[in-house]
Design a protein around this ligand. Structure first.
Ligand SMILES: Nc1ncnc2c1ncn2[C@@H]1O[C@H](COP(=O)(O)OP(=O)(O)OP(=O)(O)O)[C@@H](O)[C@H]1O
Ligand SMILES: [Mg+2]
Length: 611
């Protein structure tokens, strides 16, 4: 319950709906009890039979004292019925039936109104919880997701939240509606016969205990089901993302069996869960009917042997006792569903309560311009245990281009991750104009930078929408200008829909080189003072490589850039070339200098020319 309690705060904005629900439920419980009491005169009319009715003289009852209230109420009802019916039996019948119908109608109307209001609360909580989760999902640092499976996060935002929504209905049923119904019903029962009601009181705790035994391991079981749901969504997500490879490598059966294993687990886990949960209703009904059997025995004796209770009252009483069964069943079911909700709440809270370790400091400044230099001072960094960068130093002066080269895995993309503060350094400082980037608001820091990532990340939208991400107010002219700089205008223009062409999931309708040039255009359109380029020209053929290279050259002109290059031809003109090897700088200088010094760089260049 502890987790679920924390989720309750999401219901706060919808408090008024909960209150309205409670009010409607009070009426529900009241009418529900009354509708059974109203059966008494109805039964009286029936039991009196033809003769009984004709010869009967009913006097207006007189209220004397509290102990007499029951008889007074009953007699008063009978008296009124008799008054109106005026010895007309069919009229009496219609009257009592109308009374019953009206009460049941009111009971059900109250029920509907209660459900009506609670719907807003439940769906409101669902909406707000999803929004909060999504917001957190965007806020959390990238490092959080290198561990997690995407499908698991998706499952938490979809099915776990639904489970919680479900529980919110249960909680109100559990603490308001059913207890009230039971309370009113027991009130009515006490009113009719306190001796019989004592029996009920003895059996309620016993039944409660048995029912709680059934619900014991429910949270754990539900947790497993939800986890498995996350697992198979992950498989699905990876499958859709990697369909080309799965088909290309004939790996369908591998993935299919992984998926089947997961759905089989899900099948087993949820069978266990549901079968345990399904016990709730029959078990409580059977316990209830056992109580009723005892009541029938004892009450039957009061009617037949002692004669202290009349038949019609006894039948109404039994109706009331049976009326307790439904809410009792409801309570046990609701408490089970609350346990499931608790398991889901734990999974949802795990995301909501994850501490974001890359946060703006309270005194962080908004930096809106870049005037002199970007410096990396003595940087050391590790993703996990191994340091991937050690004592790294580099300075990018305004208006210059610094290129990072080095073998795969030497830590180049990591530098881009640190400068943009996707990760924080373990040691050393990164400064912009002498200000540590940890002291700059993340939003303004990233506003200063344009980012072209190694794998072009594009969204399923039009070219226009993709470009406008960094500059929502850009005009079509500016857009076209950016496309021209990125050497992308020609191919975009050749599409029938031009910049309004949809590029498919992840830009799947474009070629590799086209994707890169769109992602370059996106950074150009943003027009930031510092460009961070992680180019992947190595993945392209010579022709598109030249197109991309031209795009990069255009882009770097008159800008400050930190370029990570695989194709060394791209960076021939860079002001400084930094050669990295296993996280450390091994050489540094201009192209010509490095060629003459005959070190690693020269070897790299020779290897590429040879290709
Ligand atoms: N998210 C991560 N979690 C853990 N280790 C990582 C992560 N990203 C990269 N690494 C490790 O850090 C090292 C440097 O990776 P990085 O991506 O910076 O290399 P790179 O120089 O960009 O290589 P390439 O030229 O192939 O793009 C690698 O050994 C890699 O295994
Ligand atoms: Mg890289």
């Amino acid at each position: 319950m502890t987790y679920f309690k924390k989720i309750i705060r999401f219901a706060k904005p919808y408090k008024r709906f909960a209150i309205l629900n409670i009010i409607a439920n009070i009426f529900y419980a009241l009418f529900s009890a009354l509708s059974f009491i109203a059966l008494i005169p109805m039964l009286d009319v029936l039991f009196e039979g033809k003769e009984g009715r004709e010869n009967k003289v009913i006097e207006k009852p007189v209220y004397t004292e509290v102990s007499n209230a029951k008889d007074y109420f009953k007699d008063y009802l009978s008296y009124q019925v008799n008054e109106y019916a005026q010895d007309d039996a069919s009229m009496a019948l219609i009257l009592v039936i109308s009374l019953v119908i009206i009460l049941f109608f009111l009971k059900n109307i109250s029920n509907y109104i209660a459900m009506y209001f609670i719907t807003f609360l439940r769906n409101g909580v669902l909406k707000d919880l999803r929004n909060a989760l999504y917001k957190k999902t965007i806020e959390l640092p990238l490092s959080y997701y290198s561990e997690k499976r995407k499908g698991d996060t998706i499952a938490r935002i979809t099915s776990d939240v639904l489970e919680i929504q479900h529980s919110f209905l249960s909680i109100l049923e559990l603490i308001v509606r059913e207890p009230l119904t039971i309370l009113f019903t027991i009130g009515a029962m006490l009113f009719i016969s306190w001796e019989l009601t004592i029996f009920v009181f003895i059996f309620i705790p016993i039944s409660g205990f048995i029912i709680s035994l059934i619900g014991k391991s429910l949270k754990k079981k539900s947790d497993r089901v939800q986890q498995e749901q996350g697992h198979f969504l992950s498989i699905l997500e990876e499958t859709l993302g990697g369909l080309k490879i799965i088909k290309g490598f004939n790996a369908e059966s591998i993935f299919y069996s992984k998926f089947k294993a997961s759905t089989l687990n899900f099948y087993n886990f949820s069978n266990k869960l549901l079968n345990r949960q399904n016990l709730a209703s029959p078990a409580s009904e059977f316990l209830g009917i056992s109580v009723i059997a005892v009541l029938l025995w004892y009450g039957g004796r009061l009617v037949l042997i002692d004669g202290t209770l009349d038949g019609s009252t006894f039948i109404a009483y039994m109706g009331l006792a049976y009326n307790i069964l439904t809410p009792a069943k409801g309570i046990s079911k609701a408490s089970y569903s609350l346990k499931k909700g608790n398991a889901a709440a734990e999974r949802v809270l795990e995301i909501l309560e994850t501490e974001n370790n890359i946060k703006d400091q309270d005194d962080a400044v908004a930096k809106t311009d870049f005037t002199s230099e970007l410096t990396l001072e003595n940087i050391s960094f590790k993703y996990e245990k191994e340091y991937v960068l050690r004592n790294f130093n580099v300075t990018v002066k305004k208006g210059t281009t610094v290129a990072l080269v080095g073998q795969s895995g030497s830590g180049k993309s990591t530098i881009a991750n640190l400068v943009t503060r996707f990760y924080d350094t373990n040691e050393g400082e990164i400064k912009i104009d002498g200000v540590n980037i940890k002291q700059i608001q993340q939003k303004s820091l990233r506003n200063l930078m344009g980012l072209v990532t190694q794998d072009s990340i594009l969204f399923n939208a039009s070219i226009k929408e993709n470009l406008k991400i960094g500059q929502p107010n850009a005009t079509d002219e500016e857009l076209i200008e950016a496309l021209k700089i990125a050497n992308a205008f020609d191919f975009v223009n050749s599409f029938p829909n031009g910049i309004d062409t949809n590029i498919g999931d992840g830009g799947g309708k474009l070629s590799g080189g086209q994707k890169q040039r769109i992602s370059i255009a996106r950074a150009v359109l943003k027009n930031p003072p510092i460009m961070i380029l992680d180019e992947a020209t190595s993945a392209l053929d010579t022709e598109s490589e030249q197109l991309v290279q031209k795009a990069l050259e255009n882009m770097m002109q008159n800008r400050t850039s930190l370029v990570i290059a695989h194709r060394l031809s791209t960076i021939k003109n860079a002001d400084t070339i930094v050669v990295m090897h296993q996280g450390e700088i091994v050489e540094q200088g201009k192209h010509d200098e490095l060629i003459t010094s005959d070190g690693i760089y020269r070897k790299l260049v020779e290897m590429q020319s040879f290709e």
